[in-house]
Design a protein around this ligand. Structure first.
Ligand code: ZN
Length: 253
């Protein structure tokens, strides 16, 4: 049994909800492992999925025995399948970037993202974006080029890789995911939003809108997620009132 746990995004979110982070964190540090790379990971996965934890254990051993650190260096490692692995206690500074560890939170992306090496999977990227979002929300910082730090900004290294996703793009993805609701509604027409046959996700949007209309307009709607006559008429009214059909503006998110 390994002390390191592997979470899905949902599990990680629930885990972070439950913990207290008492340390001040001002920067999210982004690394790649370089070694182990995708090949190392997939050899283990294909041989025996239950053995994948050895990737993290291997880093732990390297960091403690070889580097002489008190624990694995990073707080989180993200594997190519999107698995989110725990590491060092979040309330302890990482061994991440020389001179910047005190307020750092370290994420290692398993893989070698230098040019012509590994190409990051969508699963890994999604988990990276989710982890950053969950952590920055928890500690109350926003993603900027200052708060999101690539190792190579402060070290003569290519880390997190010469072909790693550009920071500007990463920040825009973080912002988009953080405002999933806005993205869902803001780009759609009223007809599209209110077409309840499309996706059950729209039921939640409808519920949010009903709640909003009750608070803002005293609509007294039943929060049932159905765009009935009454909901629609209040929705049209508030759209006319605010002079915009962009739901995100109405909801001020
Ligand atoms: Zn690094």
């Amino acid at each position: 049994m390994s002390r390191f746990k592997c979470f899905t995004i949902e599990q990680f979110s629930a885990y972070v909800d439950e913990i207290v982070i008492s340390r001040t964190i001002k920067e999210i540090h982004i690394h790649h492992t370089w070694i182990p790379d995708y090949e190392d990971f997939y050899i283990l996965l294909e041989d025996d999925p239950a053995s994948v934890y050895r990737i993290i254990e291997g880093m732990y051993i390297w960091h403690t025995k070889n580097n002489g650190w008190k624990d694995i260096g990073q707080h989180i490692s993200i594997d190519p399948e999107g698995g989110i692995w725990t590491g060092r206690d979040f309330n302890l500074s990482p061994a991440s970037i020389k001179g910047r560890n005190t307020y750092g939170f370290a994420i290692e992306n398993i893989g070698n993202f230098d040019k012509k090496k590994d190409t990051m999977t969508q699963e890994q990227l999604s988990s990276l974006i989710a982890v950053i979002n969950i952590i920055i929300k928890k500690i109350g910082i926003i993603p900027t080029k200052t708060t999101i730090v690539y190792h190579n900004q402060y070290a003569d290294k290519s880390c997190p890789g010469t072909a790693f996703i550009k920071k500007k793009k990463l920040i825009s993805l973080i912002n988009n995911t953080g405002k999933e609701f806005e993205t869902m509604t803001g780009t759609k027409t009223l007809e599209e939003i209110t077409n309840k046959d499309i996706d059950k996700h729209y039921v939640n949007i409808a519920k949010e809108l009903q709640q909003f209309l009750n608070i803002q307009m005293g609509a007294n709607l039943k929060i049932d997620g159905i765009f009935g006559k009454k909901t629609l008429s209040f929705l049209k009214e508030i759209i006319a009132f605010t002079g915009t059909s962009s739901i995100k503006k109405i909801l001020k998110i």
